[in-house]
Design a binder for this molecule. Sequence first.
Ligand code: NAD
Length: 458
Amino acid sequence: MSTLERLFHSPAGQAVARRAGLAAPTELRRGRTWPGGEIALAELGPSRLGADTLGLVGRPWREPVVDATDGDDPPAYESPLGALVVDATDLRSIPDLERLRAVLRPAARALEPSGRVVVLARPTEAVDGWEARAVAQALDGLNRSVGKELRHGATATLLYVDPAADPPDLRSTLGFLLQGRSAFVDGQSWRVGPTLVPRVDERAAAGGRPLKGRLVVVTGAARGIGAAIARVLARDGADIVAVDVPAAGQALSAVANEVRGTALQLDITSPQAGARIAAHVAERHGGASLFGIVHNAGITRDKLLVNTDAQRWRAVLDVNLAAEIAINEVLLDPGMAGGLAEGGRIVGIASTSGIAGNRGQANYAASKAGVVGLVRAMAPELAGRGITVNAVAPGFIETEMTAKIPFVQREVFRRSNSLGQGGDPIDVAETIGYFLDPASGGVTGQVVRVCGQNLVGA
Ligand SMILES: NC(=O)c1ccc[n+]([C@@H]2O[C@H](COP(=O)([O-])OP(=O)(O)OC[C@H]3O[C@@H](n4cnc5c(N)ncnc54)[C@H](O)[C@@H]3O)[C@@H](O)[C@H]2O)c1
């Protein structure tokens, strides 16, 4: 900790910080925890999607409080509200939007710390007419604003649900959002479609170990976010192959032992990387097929573009993007022993820097935007094999990578999101666990930001 940092965290420093509006942030509800207060379900039309999905998630719900007044004093919930789920899939017109406001207003006043607002809607292209499409998009602006206004760690999410998707396709997503696992996911929207492969046994997932018996490779697993991914996936039942460079061998073994997985010392930029992963899977986990790969390993070589030489450029593009493509090509060969199973999962790690751009990170931002492009390109092509391809885009996460950022800049990054704090590696890991859940087979081609609704890239 630097002197400046120690001063900031001292009682006197904290008093000054409070006066400057830098109050200590709310401790977020994390893990497989449910909201403490009741869940209200608002059905804005005849759709049963919200009710049936909540039934599958196994949470009871109550009627919402509706604000039909024109005044400053709307009806109130009698106790803090855990979450508001709105089934807005029948919503098509501008007057319909008023019905959404009428349920959001009392809920926004009543939400408990780390409470949730989740709105279910239809994707723009799934509805007919200019007004309906405009209204589907209007929900996005509304959701982002609600995310920015909610306080004390409460979050807002908009899910665009394909009309072909049924409640079982949505179960893992709604469960993820209501639980503390989604603590640092705020103010954004993504899409859920019909599952690509026959549905999984719901009973297996009910025990909270949805990845039981599934083999997953995690690259860059020796520390930081990669180690957290290995731990969370192992908690969820997965068998882990932990990959990292030989120089990190000791830390890698420690993580692999902790999660009762195996370690593979490997530079992912080596031309044999894909073949070595497949051989390791076939030899050390004989008989098991590979269910998923999480391409987490990544590096930064930050400089302004005017100071970026070919070596700094190449190193970042090689590790963060080219290696991922090369490894995928090998593991996706259907004849490859130790390759990726049909119905498997590929997860990449993008970054909000790749979405918004970042001064001094042209190489990094290019590589991470490339990951987003890769997800979008691969997902439709692999749908026929039931393989999903998604990415998380972390914002500011507290790791050794971000500990290198100068203190004042770091404090600004931490604070510049709707939750007023940096994320924990576990937040990224939990979102990856959601993508990997066998029940998330209808979630593909998506990039979910784990950034607390960072002002940059939001
Ligand atoms: N920390 C953040 O705020 C943040 C934000 C956005 C994205 N990310 C991304 O998340 C991922 C993990 O980040 P982190 O903060 O934990 O980083 P980190 O530097 O703490 O860990 C990265 C790991 O990858 C390994 N690695 C690097 N090059 C490798 C190679 N060629 N072969 C095998 N392993 C290699 C490293 O040895 C290290 O163990 C990266 O892709 C990073 O770009 C991080």
